[in-house]
Design a protein around this ligand. Sequence first.
Ligand code: ZN
Length: 187
Amino acid sequence: MTVLPIVISGEPVLHEPAAPVTAFDDTLRQLVADMFDTMDEAPGVGLAAPQVGVGLQVFVYDYAEDDGTPRRGVAINPELFISPLEIRDTTDADDEGCLSFPGERFPLVRAEKAILRAVDLDGKPFIIECDGWFARILQHEFDHLLGYLYIDRLDYEFNKQASKIERKRGWGKPGKSWMPGVDNLDD
Ligand code: ZN
């Protein structure tokens, strides 16, 4: 098992678009295996390659739907189609968190439904249609590949709180990371 360090907000790779995967080789397989290990150890419901310092269009996810249906897999070179955003007060929105902004959660409105089109490790296309939390996870991970953190999408008031935390912790500049299974984030 290989757990990789997770980079924190401020690391440039998190804030720029990721490049499409062109080589479906052993290096890619190893990256994805390490990303699953890292996500499981964190633990998290999703992890994008830029979060382990790799600027490629790859994310992994692991989530169980309310009816027990497991959602675990890898999406490479994805496209995401979402239903229109409901206009509503962000204070009733569901809380979201991110392993690259660890230990914090903020409310964010996301689309209720999503359709993911991507390829797997063999370059074989697949489609997932989903809603609710899993649709939220896909929107969050897809954003990572565009160079956005969920923090960037928060309403003004919450964005201000997040910026304050970022300054206080010395994040928001390159070179910060944490190691799942080693670093305790509850402090
Ligand atoms: Zn994230």
